[in-house]
Design a protein around this ligand. Structure first.
Ligand code: GLA
Length: 568
Protein backbone atom coordinates (compact mmCIF):
# COMPACT_ATOMS: atom_id res chain seq x y z
CA UNK A 1 0.00 0.00 0.00
CA UNK A 2 3.01 2.31 -0.03
CA UNK A 3 1.58 4.86 -2.43
CA UNK A 4 3.25 5.40 -5.77
CA UNK A 5 4.12 8.95 -4.73
CA UNK A 6 5.82 7.72 -1.56
CA UNK A 7 7.71 5.07 -3.51
CA UNK A 8 8.85 7.63 -6.09
CA UNK A 9 9.89 10.07 -3.36
CA UNK A 10 11.92 7.31 -1.67
CA UNK A 11 13.57 6.44 -4.97
CA UNK A 12 14.35 10.10 -5.66
CA UNK A 13 15.93 10.46 -2.22
CA UNK A 14 18.11 7.41 -2.70
CA UNK A 15 19.19 8.56 -6.19
CA UNK A 16 20.00 12.03 -4.93
CA UNK A 17 21.90 10.53 -2.00
CA UNK A 18 23.89 8.38 -4.39
CA UNK A 19 24.61 11.18 -6.83
CA UNK A 20 25.77 13.60 -4.16
CA UNK A 21 28.00 11.09 -2.46
CA UNK A 22 29.68 8.93 -5.04
CA UNK A 23 31.46 12.10 -6.11
CA UNK A 24 32.88 12.48 -2.61
CA UNK A 25 30.30 14.70 -0.84
CA UNK A 26 30.30 17.33 -3.65
CA UNK A 27 26.85 18.21 -4.92
CA UNK A 28 25.81 18.25 -8.54
CA UNK A 29 24.96 21.77 -9.68
CA UNK A 30 21.42 20.62 -10.47
CA UNK A 31 20.84 19.11 -7.01
CA UNK A 32 21.70 21.79 -4.49
CA UNK A 33 20.60 19.63 -1.58
CA UNK A 34 23.26 18.49 0.87
CA UNK A 35 23.74 14.86 1.81
CA UNK A 36 22.89 15.84 5.37
CA UNK A 37 19.63 17.47 4.28
CA UNK A 38 18.71 14.32 2.39
CA UNK A 39 19.53 12.20 5.42
CA UNK A 40 16.94 14.12 7.41
CA UNK A 41 14.27 13.37 4.79
CA UNK A 42 14.59 9.60 4.98
CA UNK A 43 11.62 8.96 7.26
CA UNK A 44 8.97 11.49 6.37
CA UNK A 45 6.37 8.97 7.55
CA UNK A 46 6.96 6.48 10.39
CA UNK A 47 9.26 3.61 9.29
CA UNK A 48 7.40 0.37 8.67
CA UNK A 49 8.73 -3.17 8.38
CA UNK A 50 9.51 -6.33 10.33
CA UNK A 51 12.13 -6.94 13.04
CA UNK A 52 13.43 -10.30 14.29
CA UNK A 53 13.67 -9.58 18.03
CA UNK A 54 10.14 -9.97 19.43
CA UNK A 55 9.64 -13.44 17.99
CA UNK A 56 13.12 -14.94 17.56
CA UNK A 57 15.43 -12.99 19.91
CA UNK A 58 18.95 -14.15 19.04
CA UNK A 59 17.71 -17.36 17.47
CA UNK A 60 18.08 -16.20 13.86
CA UNK A 61 19.77 -17.57 10.78
CA UNK A 62 20.01 -17.09 7.06
CA UNK A 63 17.28 -19.53 6.12
CA UNK A 64 14.79 -18.10 8.61
CA UNK A 65 15.43 -14.59 7.39
CA UNK A 66 15.09 -15.57 3.75
CA UNK A 67 11.72 -17.12 4.63
CA UNK A 68 10.71 -13.87 6.29
CA UNK A 69 11.66 -11.90 3.17
CA UNK A 70 9.60 -14.29 1.04
CA UNK A 71 6.69 -14.14 3.46
CA UNK A 72 6.71 -10.34 3.49
CA UNK A 73 6.09 -10.54 -0.24
CA UNK A 74 3.71 -13.52 -0.31
CA UNK A 75 1.54 -12.24 2.55
CA UNK A 76 0.99 -8.91 0.81
CA UNK A 77 2.75 -7.06 3.62
CA UNK A 78 5.34 -5.54 1.29
CA UNK A 79 2.60 -4.21 -0.93
CA UNK A 80 0.78 -2.93 2.14
CA UNK A 81 3.83 -0.75 2.89
CA UNK A 82 6.16 -2.92 5.01
CA UNK A 83 9.46 -1.74 3.67
CA UNK A 84 12.25 -2.85 6.02
CA UNK A 85 13.38 -6.30 7.06
CA UNK A 86 15.51 -5.73 10.16
CA UNK A 87 17.90 -8.14 11.78
CA UNK A 88 18.13 -7.50 15.51
CA UNK A 89 20.81 -8.61 17.98
CA UNK A 90 22.51 -11.98 17.56
CA UNK A 91 23.62 -11.78 13.93
CA UNK A 92 27.34 -11.25 14.40
CA UNK A 93 30.29 -13.45 15.27
CA UNK A 94 31.63 -12.93 18.77
CA UNK A 95 34.95 -11.62 17.41
CA UNK A 96 35.84 -9.09 14.75
CA UNK A 97 38.18 -10.28 11.97
CA UNK A 98 41.92 -9.56 12.04
CA UNK A 99 41.32 -6.17 10.38
CA UNK A 100 38.78 -5.24 13.05
CA UNK A 101 35.78 -5.68 10.76
CA UNK A 102 32.46 -6.97 11.99
CA UNK A 103 31.59 -10.35 10.56
CA UNK A 104 28.36 -12.29 10.46
CA UNK A 105 28.17 -15.39 12.64
CA UNK A 106 29.48 -18.01 10.16
CA UNK A 107 27.28 -20.78 11.56
CA UNK A 108 24.07 -18.76 11.36
CA UNK A 109 24.84 -16.78 8.21
CA UNK A 110 27.27 -18.87 6.13
CA UNK A 111 26.69 -16.76 3.00
CA UNK A 112 27.42 -13.52 4.86
CA UNK A 113 25.43 -10.35 5.31
CA UNK A 114 25.90 -8.92 1.85
CA UNK A 115 24.24 -12.02 0.38
CA UNK A 116 21.31 -11.66 2.75
CA UNK A 117 20.97 -7.95 1.97
CA UNK A 118 20.99 -8.81 -1.75
CA UNK A 119 18.30 -11.44 -1.17
CA UNK A 120 16.16 -8.88 0.66
CA UNK A 121 16.72 -6.15 -1.93
CA UNK A 122 15.88 -8.55 -4.76
CA UNK A 123 12.42 -8.86 -3.24
CA UNK A 124 11.81 -5.13 -3.33
CA UNK A 125 12.48 -4.69 0.39
CA UNK A 126 15.07 -2.72 2.34
CA UNK A 127 17.56 -4.23 4.74
CA UNK A 128 18.09 -3.16 8.35
CA UNK A 129 20.55 -4.24 10.98
CA UNK A 130 21.14 -3.89 14.73
CA UNK A 131 24.26 -2.62 16.45
CA UNK A 132 25.16 -1.07 19.76
CA UNK A 133 27.14 2.08 20.56
CA UNK A 134 28.80 0.48 23.58
CA UNK A 135 31.70 -1.95 23.51
CA UNK A 136 29.16 -4.82 23.35
CA UNK A 137 25.60 -5.36 22.27
CA UNK A 138 22.99 -6.36 24.86
CA UNK A 139 23.77 -9.98 23.89
CA UNK A 140 27.47 -9.27 24.59
CA UNK A 141 28.51 -9.41 20.94
CA UNK A 142 30.93 -6.80 19.53
CA UNK A 143 29.59 -3.24 19.79
CA UNK A 144 30.66 -0.35 17.58
CA UNK A 145 32.46 1.81 20.15
CA UNK A 146 35.79 2.90 18.65
CA UNK A 147 34.83 1.29 15.33
CA UNK A 148 32.20 3.84 14.40
CA UNK A 149 33.24 4.81 10.87
CA UNK A 150 34.60 1.35 10.09
CA UNK A 151 31.29 -0.30 10.99
CA UNK A 152 29.16 2.24 9.15
CA UNK A 153 31.37 1.67 6.09
CA UNK A 154 30.87 -2.08 6.46
CA UNK A 155 27.10 -1.62 6.67
CA UNK A 156 27.10 0.66 3.64
CA UNK A 157 29.13 -1.92 1.69
CA UNK A 158 26.67 -4.64 2.64
CA UNK A 159 23.75 -2.51 1.51
CA UNK A 160 22.22 -1.70 4.88
CA UNK A 161 19.34 0.80 4.69
CA UNK A 162 18.38 1.07 8.36
CA UNK A 163 20.41 0.92 11.57
CA UNK A 164 18.91 0.25 14.99
CA UNK A 165 21.61 1.51 17.34
CA UNK A 166 21.24 0.26 20.89
CA UNK A 167 22.81 1.61 24.10
CA UNK A 168 23.88 -1.34 26.24
CA UNK A 169 27.24 -0.62 27.92
CA UNK A 170 27.36 2.83 26.27
CA UNK A 171 27.49 4.77 29.53
CA UNK A 172 31.21 4.17 29.78
CA UNK A 173 31.98 5.54 26.30
CA UNK A 174 32.98 8.91 27.74
CA UNK A 175 30.53 10.73 25.47
CA UNK A 176 27.07 11.97 26.28
CA UNK A 177 24.28 10.25 24.32
CA UNK A 178 23.73 13.28 22.17
CA UNK A 179 27.42 13.49 21.17
CA UNK A 180 27.71 9.74 20.78
CA UNK A 181 24.70 9.38 18.49
CA UNK A 182 25.83 12.45 16.52
CA UNK A 183 29.12 10.64 15.80
CA UNK A 184 27.18 7.79 14.20
CA UNK A 185 24.95 10.17 12.25
CA UNK A 186 28.02 11.86 10.81
CA UNK A 187 29.66 8.51 10.02
CA UNK A 188 26.51 7.36 8.23
CA UNK A 189 26.29 10.57 6.22
CA UNK A 190 29.98 10.18 5.35
CA UNK A 191 29.34 6.74 3.84
CA UNK A 192 27.05 8.37 1.32
CA UNK A 193 24.45 5.63 1.75
CA UNK A 194 20.96 6.58 2.88
CA UNK A 195 20.45 4.79 6.19
CA UNK A 196 17.74 5.43 8.73
CA UNK A 197 19.12 5.79 12.26
CA UNK A 198 16.89 4.40 14.99
CA UNK A 199 18.00 5.53 18.47
CA UNK A 200 17.47 2.73 20.96
CA UNK A 201 18.19 4.57 24.18
CA UNK A 202 15.40 2.95 26.24
CA UNK A 203 13.38 5.61 28.04
CA UNK A 204 16.18 8.12 27.97
CA UNK A 205 14.85 11.34 26.56
CA UNK A 206 16.13 11.67 23.02
CA UNK A 207 13.16 13.95 22.26
CA UNK A 208 14.39 16.47 24.85
CA UNK A 209 17.94 16.78 23.58
CA UNK A 210 17.16 17.04 19.91
CA UNK A 211 17.08 13.40 18.81
CA UNK A 212 15.26 14.65 15.72
CA UNK A 213 18.41 16.39 14.51
CA UNK A 214 20.38 13.19 14.99
CA UNK A 215 18.24 10.20 14.05
CA UNK A 216 14.83 9.45 12.64
CA UNK A 217 13.13 7.67 15.54
CA UNK A 218 13.85 7.05 19.21
CA UNK A 219 12.61 4.59 21.77
CA UNK A 220 10.40 5.98 24.51
CA UNK A 221 9.93 2.75 26.48
CA UNK A 222 11.69 -0.29 27.80
CA UNK A 223 11.18 -3.49 25.82
CA UNK A 224 7.60 -4.33 24.94
CA UNK A 225 6.22 -7.72 26.03
CA UNK A 226 3.42 -9.84 24.59
CA UNK A 227 0.66 -8.61 26.92
CA UNK A 228 -1.83 -5.76 26.85
CA UNK A 229 -0.37 -4.42 30.11
CA UNK A 230 2.94 -3.95 28.37
CA UNK A 231 1.30 -2.57 25.20
CA UNK A 232 -0.57 0.06 27.24
CA UNK A 233 2.52 0.90 29.27
CA UNK A 234 4.61 1.46 26.14
CA UNK A 235 1.83 3.52 24.52
CA UNK A 236 1.64 5.67 27.63
CA UNK A 237 5.33 6.47 27.52
CA UNK A 238 4.60 8.39 24.34
CA UNK A 239 0.95 9.38 24.88
CA UNK A 240 0.77 9.79 28.66
CA UNK A 241 2.73 11.20 31.58
CA UNK A 242 4.96 8.25 32.41
CA UNK A 243 8.10 9.99 31.16
CA UNK A 244 7.10 13.65 30.80
CA UNK A 245 5.21 16.32 32.69
CA UNK A 246 1.42 15.91 32.33
CA UNK A 247 1.11 19.41 30.85
CA UNK A 248 2.58 18.09 27.58
CA UNK A 249 -0.19 15.50 27.08
CA UNK A 250 2.43 13.01 25.89
CA UNK A 251 5.33 13.47 23.53
CA UNK A 252 3.32 14.41 20.44
CA UNK A 253 4.87 17.85 20.05
CA UNK A 254 8.35 16.36 19.62
CA UNK A 255 7.37 14.10 16.70
CA UNK A 256 6.67 14.90 13.07
CA UNK A 257 7.88 14.09 9.57
CA UNK A 258 11.46 12.81 9.86
CA UNK A 259 11.40 12.30 13.66
CA UNK A 260 9.22 9.80 15.48
CA UNK A 261 8.58 8.63 19.01
CA UNK A 262 9.00 4.86 19.12
CA UNK A 263 7.04 3.00 21.80
CA UNK A 264 8.79 -0.19 20.56
CA UNK A 265 8.03 -2.90 18.05
CA UNK A 266 4.70 -4.59 17.44
CA UNK A 267 3.45 -7.64 19.29
CA UNK A 268 0.58 -8.12 16.82
CA UNK A 269 0.23 -11.88 16.33
CA UNK A 270 1.84 -12.60 19.70
CA UNK A 271 -1.09 -11.39 21.82
CA UNK A 272 -3.95 -13.49 23.17
CA UNK A 273 -6.78 -12.59 20.80
CA UNK A 274 -7.52 -10.88 17.54
CA UNK A 275 -9.27 -8.15 19.52
CA UNK A 276 -6.01 -7.43 21.35
CA UNK A 277 -4.00 -7.57 18.12
CA UNK A 278 -6.30 -5.04 16.49
CA UNK A 279 -6.34 -2.71 19.46
CA UNK A 280 -2.55 -2.75 19.74
CA UNK A 281 -2.22 -2.02 16.02
CA UNK A 282 -4.83 0.77 16.05
CA UNK A 283 -3.13 2.37 19.06
CA UNK A 284 0.26 2.39 17.32
CA UNK A 285 -1.34 3.85 14.18
CA UNK A 286 -3.13 6.68 15.99
CA UNK A 287 0.22 7.48 17.69
CA UNK A 288 2.07 7.67 14.35
CA UNK A 289 4.42 5.06 15.79
CA UNK A 290 6.94 3.16 13.69
CA UNK A 291 5.27 -0.12 12.70
CA UNK A 292 7.78 -2.95 13.08
CA UNK A 293 5.94 -6.25 12.96
CA UNK A 294 7.45 -8.76 15.38
CA UNK A 295 5.56 -11.99 14.74
CA UNK A 296 6.47 -15.24 13.00
CA UNK A 297 5.33 -14.67 9.44
CA UNK A 298 5.65 -18.35 8.51
CA UNK A 299 2.87 -19.35 10.91
CA UNK A 300 0.77 -16.18 10.67
CA UNK A 301 -2.97 -16.78 10.59
CA UNK A 302 -5.22 -14.94 8.16
CA UNK A 303 -6.70 -12.97 11.01
CA UNK A 304 -3.26 -11.67 12.09
CA UNK A 305 -2.37 -10.88 8.50
CA UNK A 306 -5.62 -8.98 8.06
CA UNK A 307 -4.69 -6.77 10.99
CA UNK A 308 -1.19 -6.07 9.69
CA UNK A 309 -2.31 -5.19 6.15
CA UNK A 310 -5.45 -3.21 7.00
CA UNK A 311 -5.10 -0.48 4.41
CA UNK A 312 -7.24 2.24 5.95
CA UNK A 313 -5.68 1.71 9.38
CA UNK A 314 -2.09 1.86 8.09
CA UNK A 315 -3.00 5.05 6.23
CA UNK A 316 -3.70 6.73 9.57
CA UNK A 317 -0.17 5.89 10.76
CA UNK A 318 1.39 6.93 7.46
CA UNK A 319 -0.56 10.14 7.01
CA UNK A 320 1.87 12.65 5.44
CA UNK A 321 0.91 15.40 7.88
CA UNK A 322 2.77 13.31 10.46
CA UNK A 323 0.88 14.36 13.57
CA UNK A 324 1.09 12.00 16.51
CA UNK A 325 -2.42 11.57 17.86
CA UNK A 326 -3.02 12.64 21.44
CA UNK A 327 -5.58 12.00 24.11
CA UNK A 328 -8.60 14.24 24.38
CA UNK A 329 -10.07 12.12 27.18
CA UNK A 330 -8.61 9.72 29.74
CA UNK A 331 -10.26 8.58 32.95
CA UNK A 332 -7.83 5.73 33.56
CA UNK A 333 -9.98 3.01 31.96
CA UNK A 334 -11.39 4.82 28.94
CA UNK A 335 -9.44 6.85 26.43
CA UNK A 336 -10.21 8.92 23.36
CA UNK A 337 -7.41 9.87 20.96
CA UNK A 338 -7.47 12.38 18.14
CA UNK A 339 -5.11 12.60 15.13
CA UNK A 340 -5.81 15.39 12.63
CA UNK A 341 -5.04 14.19 9.10
CA UNK A 342 -3.73 15.85 5.96
CA UNK A 343 -7.04 15.56 4.07
CA UNK A 344 -9.00 17.72 6.50
CA UNK A 345 -10.56 14.80 8.39
CA UNK A 346 -9.42 13.44 11.72
CA UNK A 347 -8.84 9.93 13.07
CA UNK A 348 -10.35 9.08 16.43
CA UNK A 349 -9.70 6.06 18.62
CA UNK A 350 -12.14 5.13 21.38
CA UNK A 351 -10.53 2.60 23.71
CA UNK A 352 -11.77 0.63 26.69
CA UNK A 353 -8.93 -0.64 28.87
CA UNK A 354 -11.20 -1.35 31.85
CA UNK A 355 -12.57 -4.72 32.96
CA UNK A 356 -16.22 -3.65 32.50
CA UNK A 357 -18.01 -3.07 29.23
CA UNK A 358 -18.53 0.61 28.56
CA UNK A 359 -20.14 3.19 26.26
CA UNK A 360 -17.60 5.69 24.91
CA UNK A 361 -18.34 9.01 23.25
CA UNK A 362 -16.38 11.51 21.24
CA UNK A 363 -17.96 14.91 20.81
CA UNK A 364 -17.01 17.24 18.01
CA UNK A 365 -15.89 20.02 20.34
CA UNK A 366 -13.17 17.66 21.66
CA UNK A 367 -11.69 17.30 18.19
CA UNK A 368 -12.14 20.75 16.65
CA UNK A 369 -15.17 20.01 14.46
CA UNK A 370 -18.54 21.79 14.19
CA UNK A 371 -21.83 20.71 12.65
CA UNK A 372 -22.90 17.34 11.22
CA UNK A 373 -20.01 15.04 10.27
CA UNK A 374 -19.59 11.79 8.37
CA UNK A 375 -18.21 8.96 10.51
CA UNK A 376 -16.32 6.07 8.92
CA UNK A 377 -15.25 2.85 10.65
CA UNK A 378 -11.72 2.10 9.44
CA UNK A 379 -11.69 -1.64 10.22
CA UNK A 380 -15.08 -2.24 8.64
CA UNK A 381 -14.19 0.18 5.80
CA UNK A 382 -17.72 1.48 5.95
CA UNK A 383 -19.38 4.86 6.48
CA UNK A 384 -21.58 4.64 9.56
CA UNK A 385 -23.61 7.76 8.79
CA UNK A 386 -23.73 11.48 9.49
CA UNK A 387 -23.78 12.53 13.15
CA UNK A 388 -24.76 15.91 14.55
CA UNK A 389 -22.29 16.68 17.33
CA UNK A 390 -21.00 13.40 18.78
CA UNK A 391 -20.57 9.71 18.19
CA UNK A 392 -21.10 7.02 20.82
CA UNK A 393 -20.02 3.41 20.69
CA UNK A 394 -22.03 1.14 22.97
CA UNK A 395 -20.95 -1.75 25.13
CA UNK A 396 -17.28 -1.83 24.22
CA UNK A 397 -15.63 -4.73 26.01
CA UNK A 398 -12.20 -4.78 27.67
CA UNK A 399 -9.31 -4.09 25.27
CA UNK A 400 -11.74 -3.29 22.49
CA UNK A 401 -11.81 -0.08 20.52
CA UNK A 402 -13.30 1.74 17.53
CA UNK A 403 -11.07 3.45 15.03
CA UNK A 404 -12.94 6.14 13.12
CA UNK A 405 -12.33 8.74 10.51
CA UNK A 406 -14.49 11.79 11.05
CA UNK A 407 -15.19 14.67 8.67
CA UNK A 408 -15.15 15.26 4.95
CA UNK A 409 -11.96 14.81 2.94
CA UNK A 410 -10.86 17.84 0.97
CA UNK A 411 -11.50 20.41 3.70
CA UNK A 412 -8.76 22.59 5.18
CA UNK A 413 -6.65 20.53 7.66
CA UNK A 414 -7.88 20.84 11.22
CA UNK A 415 -5.72 22.83 13.66
CA UNK A 416 -3.11 21.10 15.78
CA UNK A 417 -3.65 20.66 19.49
CA UNK A 418 -1.97 23.34 21.60
CA UNK A 419 1.71 22.64 22.15
CA UNK A 420 3.48 23.64 25.37
CA UNK A 421 5.29 26.93 24.71
CA UNK A 422 9.11 26.84 24.96
CA UNK A 423 9.16 29.36 27.85
CA UNK A 424 7.21 26.87 29.94
CA UNK A 425 9.81 24.14 29.66
CA UNK A 426 13.14 25.73 28.82
CA UNK A 427 15.23 28.55 30.13
CA UNK A 428 14.51 31.37 27.72
CA UNK A 429 15.10 34.55 29.70
CA UNK A 430 17.98 36.31 31.41
CA UNK A 431 18.31 36.41 35.18
CA UNK A 432 16.80 33.96 37.61
CA UNK A 433 14.52 31.08 36.60
CA UNK A 434 13.23 28.78 39.32
CA UNK A 435 13.45 25.17 38.28
CA UNK A 436 9.85 24.87 39.43
CA UNK A 437 8.90 27.48 36.82
CA UNK A 438 9.67 24.83 34.20
CA UNK A 439 7.83 21.62 33.33
CA UNK A 440 10.26 18.72 33.47
CA UNK A 441 10.92 17.22 30.04
CA UNK A 442 11.66 13.73 31.33
CA UNK A 443 11.44 11.82 34.54
CA UNK A 444 12.24 8.38 35.88
CA UNK A 445 11.66 6.65 39.19
CA UNK A 446 8.52 5.79 41.04
CA UNK A 447 6.88 9.16 41.61
CA UNK A 448 6.89 12.50 39.85
CA UNK A 449 8.45 15.40 41.79
CA UNK A 450 6.19 17.88 43.58
CA UNK A 451 6.49 21.57 42.71
CA UNK A 452 7.07 24.22 45.39
CA UNK A 453 6.40 21.87 48.27
CA UNK A 454 7.84 18.75 49.82
CA UNK A 455 6.66 15.46 48.34
CA UNK A 456 3.74 15.37 50.75
CA UNK A 457 2.49 18.75 49.62
CA UNK A 458 3.65 20.66 52.72
CA UNK A 459 5.98 23.69 52.61
CA UNK A 460 9.68 22.93 52.24
CA UNK A 461 11.47 23.65 55.51
CA UNK A 462 15.14 22.79 56.03
CA UNK A 463 16.70 23.30 59.47
CA UNK A 464 13.89 25.68 60.36
CA UNK A 465 14.23 27.81 57.23
CA UNK A 466 11.12 27.84 55.01
CA UNK A 467 11.56 27.89 51.23
CA UNK A 468 8.56 28.88 49.14
CA UNK A 469 10.15 27.58 45.92
CA UNK A 470 11.79 24.25 45.13
CA UNK A 471 11.04 20.61 44.38
CA UNK A 472 10.06 17.71 46.62
CA UNK A 473 11.28 14.24 45.62
CA UNK A 474 10.46 10.87 47.12
CA UNK A 475 12.61 7.74 46.92
CA UNK A 476 14.51 7.22 43.68
CA UNK A 477 13.61 10.07 41.41
CA UNK A 478 15.22 11.73 38.40
CA UNK A 479 13.82 14.79 36.66
CA UNK A 480 15.29 16.55 33.64
CA UNK A 481 15.02 20.28 33.05
CA UNK A 482 15.95 21.98 29.82
CA UNK A 483 18.47 24.75 30.46
CA UNK A 484 18.82 25.10 26.72
CA UNK A 485 22.48 26.11 27.00
CA UNK A 486 21.36 29.46 28.43
CA UNK A 487 22.13 29.24 32.15
CA UNK A 488 25.52 29.56 33.84
CA UNK A 489 24.78 28.74 37.51
CA UNK A 490 22.55 26.24 39.24
CA UNK A 491 21.86 26.96 42.89
CA UNK A 492 19.83 25.16 45.55
CA UNK A 493 19.86 24.07 49.16
CA UNK A 494 19.51 20.32 49.50
CA UNK A 495 18.43 18.26 52.46
CA UNK A 496 16.12 15.52 53.69
CA UNK A 497 12.67 16.61 54.72
CA UNK A 498 11.95 16.31 58.45
CA UNK A 499 9.06 13.98 57.57
CA UNK A 500 11.60 11.36 56.36
CA UNK A 501 12.15 8.40 58.66
CA UNK A 502 15.28 8.51 60.83
CA UNK A 503 16.97 5.57 59.13
CA UNK A 504 16.43 6.84 55.59
CA UNK A 505 19.14 8.36 53.47
CA UNK A 506 19.48 10.07 50.12
CA UNK A 507 22.22 11.04 47.70
CA UNK A 508 21.51 14.14 45.69
CA UNK A 509 23.11 14.18 42.26
CA UNK A 510 23.17 16.48 39.30
CA UNK A 511 23.80 15.10 35.84
CA UNK A 512 24.35 16.48 32.40
CA UNK A 513 21.80 14.83 30.05
CA UNK A 514 22.37 11.15 30.77
CA UNK A 515 20.79 9.40 33.74
CA UNK A 516 23.62 6.92 34.25
CA UNK A 517 27.36 6.65 33.79
CA UNK A 518 30.35 8.58 35.10
CA UNK A 519 30.51 10.96 32.14
CA UNK A 520 27.34 12.79 33.02
CA UNK A 521 27.90 13.25 36.76
CA UNK A 522 28.31 16.92 37.74
CA UNK A 523 27.62 16.81 41.47
CA UNK A 524 27.23 14.17 44.18
CA UNK A 525 26.23 15.18 47.70
CA UNK A 526 27.33 11.89 49.24
CA UNK A 527 24.95 10.13 51.61
CA UNK A 528 22.74 12.48 53.59
CA UNK A 529 20.35 11.58 56.40
CA UNK A 530 17.73 13.61 58.27
CA UNK A 531 20.49 14.66 60.67
CA UNK A 532 22.86 15.96 57.98
CA UNK A 533 22.83 19.75 57.84
CA UNK A 534 21.34 21.11 54.58
CA UNK A 535 23.98 21.76 51.92
CA UNK A 536 24.10 24.72 49.58
CA UNK A 537 24.84 23.82 45.94
CA UNK A 538 26.32 26.35 43.54
CA UNK A 539 27.38 24.78 40.26
CA UNK A 540 28.67 26.00 36.92
CA UNK A 541 26.20 24.77 34.27
CA UNK A 542 27.48 26.80 31.35
CA UNK A 543 26.56 25.30 28.01
CA UNK A 544 24.42 22.52 29.49
CA UNK A 545 21.30 21.72 27.50
CA UNK A 546 19.55 19.27 29.82
CA UNK A 547 20.17 19.06 33.57
CA UNK A 548 19.01 16.07 35.60
CA UNK A 549 18.17 16.45 39.29
CA UNK A 550 18.44 13.04 40.93
CA UNK A 551 17.78 11.58 44.35
CA UNK A 552 19.18 8.13 44.92
CA UNK A 553 17.18 6.80 47.81
CA UNK A 554 14.80 4.09 48.91
CA UNK A 555 12.07 6.12 50.49
CA UNK A 556 13.44 9.40 51.81
CA UNK A 557 11.83 12.73 51.03
CA UNK A 558 14.57 14.78 49.36
CA UNK A 559 14.12 18.53 48.98
CA UNK A 560 15.74 20.76 46.38
CA UNK A 561 14.95 24.01 48.17
CA UNK A 562 15.14 27.31 46.28
CA UNK A 563 16.38 25.44 43.17
CA UNK A 564 17.04 27.95 40.41
CA UNK A 565 19.36 28.77 37.55
CA UNK A 566 20.84 32.06 36.52
CA UNK A 567 21.27 33.09 32.88
CA UNK A 568 23.25 36.04 31.45
C1 GLA B 1 17.52 -4.26 23.87
C2 GLA B 1 16.53 -3.60 22.92
C3 GLA B 1 15.67 -4.66 22.25
C4 GLA B 1 16.55 -5.65 21.51
C5 GLA B 1 17.58 -6.24 22.46
C6 GLA B 1 18.63 -7.07 21.75
O1 GLA B 1 16.90 -4.87 24.94
O2 GLA B 1 15.72 -2.69 23.62
O3 GLA B 1 14.74 -4.06 21.36
O4 GLA B 1 17.17 -4.98 20.44
O5 GLA B 1 18.29 -5.21 23.16
O6 GLA B 1 19.59 -7.57 22.61
Amino acid sequence: MMSKTAALAALAISLLFASSCTTGIRQKASAPVSTAALYHRLAMTPPIGWNSWNVFQGNIDEEKLQCVADALVASGMRDAGYEYLILDDGWMADQRDSAGNLVADPAKFPSGMKALADYVHARGLKFGIYEDRGHSTCMKLPGSFQHEQQDMNTFAAWGVDYLKLDSCYAEINGRLSTDDYAVYRDCIIRTGRPMILSLANYTDPSWAWGGGQIGHLWRTSYDIGASMGSVYYCADTTAGDIVIHPAFNGLWQFAGPGRWNDPDMLQVGNLKSSRQNRTHFALWCILAAPLMAGNDLSSMTDSVRDVLVAEEVIKIDQDPRGIQGCKVYDDGDHEVYNKPLSDGTTAVLLLNKGADNADLTVSWDQIGLKGPQTVRDLWQRKNLGVYRDRFTVRDLSQDDHRLLKIGTPGRRPLPLPKAVAPAKYMVTRKGKTYVSDLYYVWRSGQDAPRYDSNFEGRPIVLSGTPYPRGLGFKGRCLAMFKLNGKAHRFRAVIGLDHASQGDESCRFKLRNLDPIGPTSLLFDSGTMTRDTAPKPVDLDVTGIDCLILECESKNALGNWADAHVVAD
